[in-house]
Each structure stands twice: as C-alpha cells, then as structure tokens.
Ligand binder design. Structure first.
Ligand code: COA
Ligand code: AMP
Length: 629
C-alpha cells in the first residue's frame, strides 16, 4: 500500500486502522474496545484486550515453530564473549527468572528497577517482569547513585535487579557500590536486590537483602504468563524534563506491542528471521523498543552489543558485527557515526568486511546533520533513514517508511509523519503555520498506540507539560518546520533539554547542581554545538559578590559535582565565570540568546532585555574560552 493511503487511513479512521494492526499479535482475548477514554479523559488503546507482552514476544514464536531461531546474539568485545540465545532458551530463562521474582513476592503491578549493563540478563529481567505483569523501570548504567535514588523513590520498587559491574571500553565500573549508595540515599527501600555476579568483579552482598542471580535461578520454579489488560503498564522509563526531577514515562502493554510490531515492518522493513541491530543501550527508549521488544515481537534476531563504535577495539566494530551476524537493519545515533568517521576518516576499517546483508541504516536520538548523512550514505551506498522520536512515544513520529513506500530522502529531514501521528507545526498561539515556517512541533490528539497516557504518579505533570499548551495537541518540546512537500525538519528543543551523544539531559538539572556551590550566585547551563557529540553542556557562572576563587579550581569542583550527582554521562566539562548574565527586565535569563551567541548564530535582541551590554561581553568571554564558533 502506498504511504499516503496508509497515512490517511490512520488519521481518518484510527480505530479501524489500529484494530487491523492489532490482529497481527497473539492476544489471549482480542480487544473489542479499540479506542476509549480513561478516568483522566485520555484516549487509550485496546482497553479490554487481554494479553501478555512476554508471551507475544517469546512463547508465541516458540509455539509457532521458531524455537530454534536465535532471539539474541550477545556480542561483548569488552569481555571477549559471544553467545547466542534461541527463542526457546530465552523463553525458558525468562520463565525461570519470572519464577525468581515471584518467589520474592513480585506480583502484577509491582515495580522492579533494573540497573544493569548491556548483558542479556537485562533483557531476561525486563521480559520476566512483563511475564508477571510487573512494571519494570530500567535505569541507565551511566547514571550516578543520586539519579538512581530519585528513580527508586518515584517508582517504589519491591525488587532491584543489578549486576556486579559494567565495562566501559577497558574501565571496569563496579555497579553494586553505586546501588548500595542509591539505596542509602533513597527514602523507599526495596525489599530485595538480585545481583548478577560477573567474573570481572564480585559484589559484596548485604545479608538478608541481596540475592545472587545464579543461586536463585537454580532454585526457582518457572512462572507462567500472567494475563494483563491492554492498558496495564508494561514499564516506566524516566527521561529528562526541564527540572531536576525526571519524568516517569508510562508505557501500556497493548498499544506498545501493536505499534512496535507494526513499525518493524512498516518503518524498518524487517521480516521474521531477519537480524536487526539497535546499537544503543537498554537504559534508553531505543534499547527498550528496538533491542528488546520490537525485534522479539516481530520474530527477528536482535543483537545485544556490549561495546562502543570505536575503541572496542577499533572503528571497524560496527562493520564486524554487521558482517558476523548478517545484520539487515542497523540503528544507531549520528554521534556513533561521527565517532567512527573521526577515528577512521578514510574508512580503512570497513575494508575487511562484507556487508552484503546490510540493507538499511537508521538514525535517531538527535538531528542527523547533513554532513554525517552524506558521509554514511556515500560510504555504504545504502538508504540512510533519519527518524524522529521521543521516549514519550516509544517509536518514530516521523520517518521514511522502508516497508511501505520509501520516499526520496532529503538531508536534514526526518521525512514524513509516521501513520498514526498527525504532526502539525504551530505558532506561539497554537495556530498552524505555513510551509517553511518554523514553529512548535505538535501532534494532534489522539496520540497513536504506544504513546504515554500519563507520567508515573503525576497525571497533572503530563497535562501541564504536554497537553495544556495548545488545546487538542500534544506538544513535543521540539521546534521545526515542514517544507513544501510536507517533509518534516526537526531543528532542536525549545526547552531546557539537550542531547549529548544521543543522550537526553536536562540543563535545568545541571543548573540546580552548579547553583548549589557556595561561591555561585547564579548560573545558566546551555547546550553548545559539539562536533562529535552533537551538543555539549557549558556552565556560565556568576559569582557571589566579594567571593574570590581560582577559576580552574571552581570549574574542577563544579565538573566533579555534576559527575557525582548525575553521572559521567552528563559530559559536563566546562564552567566559565562571567561578569553578567543577560536577563529580561523580569529577571529571566535569556538562555536561547546565550546558546545562539555560543554557536555563532544570528540573534535578535529582545525589547524586554534589561542590560543589552551584557551580550557583547558574554560573546567575548565565550570566545576567550574557545567556546564561541
Ligand atoms: N555505565 C557507566 N558509565 C557510562 C556508561 C554506562 N553504561 N555509558 C557511558 N558512560 C560514561 C563513559 O564511560 C564516559 O565516561 P568518562 O567521562 O569517564 O569518559 C561518559 O559516560 C560519557 O559517555 P559517552 O557520552 O557515551 O562518551 P564516550 O566518549 O564514552 O563515547 C560515543 C562517545 C559517541 C562513542 C558514544 O556516546 C556512543 O556510542 N554513542 C552512541 C549513541 C547511543 O547509544 N545513543 C543512545 C540513543 S540511540
Ligand atoms: P529521547 O527521549 O531520549 O529519545 O530524546 C528525544 C529527543 O531527541 C527529541 O525530542 C529530539 O529533540 C531529539 N531527537 C530524537 N531523534 C531525532 C531526530 N531524528 N532528529 C532530530 N532530533 C531528534
């Protein structure tokens, strides 16, 4: 079917469209109510369907004769380990671990926090929660104890599942002390921690609370799949907002399964038995949707890669994995390809590999800048598909649908809205703007399946953060425009969220930490262009009157506190003392202008500015520090 027919049907007859897509899955009881409203007035999908996501992703395939097919290829250059798990093996492991969780009192609706590196046990833990109807919340391993503690307090898990360590290139990072510290910090105390001991580090265990993964697995009884409703939550995944408190994005079981299954064919053109590799981390939404759930729901083989695009051991790592497992679709963030290009500009590392099975490269997480797009396209001679999405949606909002009707790509554009997403560009008053005019990228309600129905425990935050700005629309927080052909260009966030190496971070949260330093009166953290990571945070710091500091020492202290509070992943490496910060007369710091100055962009001075002379002064300071481009 052509793109336009598919898209129009999804917008004009959403219930019919998604009812048909839902038939592709093995429900215990097929949904009859396709679209309905919940107690908050939010449109929900498949409310009366009965199902289990782990059944659809594993048991169903085993029963349908796919038991001997590889479900997960685990490839870990950092530990020199490779291992394949068939669908039958994975189902058995998941059932066994579900039995472990059950024996610890985990039931439908209970939360389980998973704080693990990129090892297959992370997927086993996620799917085991799904099997019990429990709600998992995976926390990315690069976050510091404080961040983990905040998530533990919000999700209130009965059990935490972790591992003794993660490995970053050659650096071994013991996870258990971080988990112990997080539990010290949190008000909510999980009853049990189940720890997978890796050979590189043996974690010290707390008597009575901590359990050894292998030991409890040996003694467990496999647990069956618990039926859940389509609208019961599968997981909560925390993402950065504009404040220090992360937002727990809630994902339904039913809509998620239907949307992901549909997307695997429609967007990625994957068929059962194909090999798909999302080179990301299970701690991010890309990892949830396209390392674990999407490929398994669609009967694919997924690659679980514990390594980096470079240095593990070289810039040929992606090409080696693609050849070795016969990857058909590769998905990563543009930053990963910029890292490969930087390390191996003449692509020597590609030469030894035969990539005849590779058909597509997909990118998301940040804007795919045209130079990176052209470099990858010319290098591989394959379609390079930029697609735009968010933790909140769980799948792509805009993209080029390889399995429906591939469109002529345009560098810098995420192509066209994906079926189900009525994407509109709105001005500040909520009126649609014309072609080529920039505005707020919004989605007209109802949102399609898989999108969040609420923020965990805080519906008001969902309403005020996303739905109240323009009536009848979800605001994405991104700015952009459509061209004359309706192609969508996502140009960057309109709020205090930045994307560093494809990782979503809050500058507001960093500001709270920087402002907490005894010498700091006020600060602004802005995201400036970075040739490798897309954006990098830079702190601009105003000192308290009369305070004298060694600026290098202050910078080192601020860098250390952000690393300690948020984690290494924040990549906060620069803090500069300034004399003044540009503000409006009502005292609001003009962060957008600061970013424009840092990036060497044109800017207009608002009439509300209090002190216009602060702008050239800031520009000079940024130039002196090598920030201004
Ligand atoms: N556990 C512990 N620490 C972690 C971590 C984890 N899971 N992931 C990252 N870190 C640490 C890194 O070791 C690094 O620490 P350092 O400051 O001590 O060197 C820091 O966090 C920053 O990590 P990162 O931004 O990833 O930088 P990098 O230099 O290690 O790697 C890239 C750069 C581009 C190779 C890497 O970011 C990458 O592969 N990105 C792919 C994008 C991606 O996965 N995006 C997810 C959405 S698709
Ligand atoms: P996350 O929730 O971590 O997936 O981050 C979502 C944000 O990343 C979006 O709101 C965008 O700002 C940015 N983003 C993701 N994919 C793209 C893309 N293809 N083009 C431009 N920005 C993107």
């Amino acid at each position: 079917m052509a793109y336009l027919d598919e898209y129009n049907k999804s917008i004009e007859q959403p219930a019919e469209f998604w009812a048909e897509k839902a038939q592709a899955l093995d429900w215990f009881k097929a949904p009859e109510t396709i679209l309905s409203k919940d107690e908050n007035g939010i449109e929900r999908w498949f409310a009366d369907g009965e199902m289990n996501t782990a059944h659809m992703a594993l048991d169903y395939h085993v029963e349908a004769g796919r038991g001997d097919q590889v479900a997960i290829y685990y490839d870990s250059p950092v530990t020199d380990t490779k291992r394949a798990y068939t669908y039958a093996e994975l189902r058995d492991l998941v059932a066994q671990f579900a039995g472990v969780l059950k024996s610890q009192g985990v039931e439908k609706g209970d939360r389980v926090v998973i704080y693990m590196p990129m090892i297959p046990q992370a997927a086993v833990a996620m799917l085991a929660c799904a099997r019990l109807g429990a709600i998992h919340s995976v926390v990315f391993g690069g976050f510091a104890p404080n961040e983990l503690a905040v998530r533990i307090d919000d999700a209130e898990p009965k059990v935490v599942v972790s591992a003794s360590c993660g490995i970053e290139v050659q650096k071994v990072i013991p996870y258990k002390p971080l988990l112990d510290e997080a539990i010290e910090l949190s008000a909510h105390k999980p009853e049990k921690c189940i720890v997978f001991q890796r050979p590189q580090v043996t974690a010290a265990m707390t008597e009575g609370r901590d359990l050894d993964w292998e030991a409890v697995m040996d003694n467990a009884e496999p647990a069956p799949c618990t039926p859940v409703k389509g609208t019961d939550p599968l997981y909560v995944l925390y993402t950065s907002g504009t404040t220090g408190k992360p937002k727990g994005v809630v994902r339904d079981n039913g809509g998620h399964a239907v949307a992901l299954k549909y997307s695997m064919k429609a967007i990625y053109d994957m068929n059962p038995g194909d090999v798909f590799w999302a080179a990301s981390d299970v701690g991010w939404v890309v990892g949830h949707s396209y390392i674990v759930y999407g490929p398994l729901l669609a009967g694919l083989s997924t690659v679980f890669y514990e390594g980096k695009p470079v240095k593990t051991p070289d810039a040929g790592a992606f090409w080696r994995v693609c050849e070795e497992y016969g990857v058909k679709g590769l998905f990563s963030a543009p930053t990963a390809f910029r890292a490969i290009k930087k390390e191996d500009p003449s692509s020597e590392c590609l030469k030894p590999y035969n990539l005849e099975k590779l058909k597509y490269v997909f990118m998301a997480g940040e804007r795919l800048d045209p130079p990176t797009y052209h470099w990858v396209k010319d290098l591989l001679g394959l379609p390079v598909v930029d697609h735009w999405w968010q933790t909140e949606t769980g799948w792509a909002i805009c993209g080029n649908l390889m399995g429906v009707e591939p469109k002529e790509p345009k560098a810098g554009s995420a192509t066209l809205p994906v079926p189900g997403f009525n994407v509109q560009i709105l001005d500040g008053k909520g009126n649609p703007v014309g072609p080529n005019e920039q505005g707020n990228v919004a989605i007209k309600l109802p949102l399609p399946p898989s999108c969040l129905p609420t923020i965990w425990g805080d519906f008001e935050r969902f309403r005020t953060g996303y739905l109240n700005t323009f009536e009848g629309y979800y605001v994405s927080g991104d700015g952009g425009y459509k061209d004359d052909d309706g192609y969508v260009y996502i140009m960057g966030r309109t709020d205090d969220v930045i994307n560093v190496a494809g990782h979503r971070l809050s500058t507001g949260e960093m500001e709270e930490i920087v402002a907490g330093h005894a010498a700091v009166a006020e600060c602004a953290v802005i995201g400036v262009n970075d040739p490798l990571k897309g954006q990098a945070p830079v702190g601009l710091v105003l000192l308290k009157d009369g305070v004298e500091v060694d600026e290098a020492q202050l910078e080192a202290e601020l860098v250390a506190s952000v690393r300690k509070e948020i984690g290494a992943v924040a990549c906060f490496k620069k803090a500069i003392v300034v004399q003044r910060l540009p503000k409006t007369r009502s005292g609001k710091i003009l962060r957008k202008i600061l970013r424009q100055i840092a990036d060497g962009e044109e800017y207009s001075v608002p009439s509300t500015i209090d002190d216009p002379a602060s702008l050239p002064e800031i520009a000079e300071t940024l130039s002196e520090h090598g920030i201004r481009q």
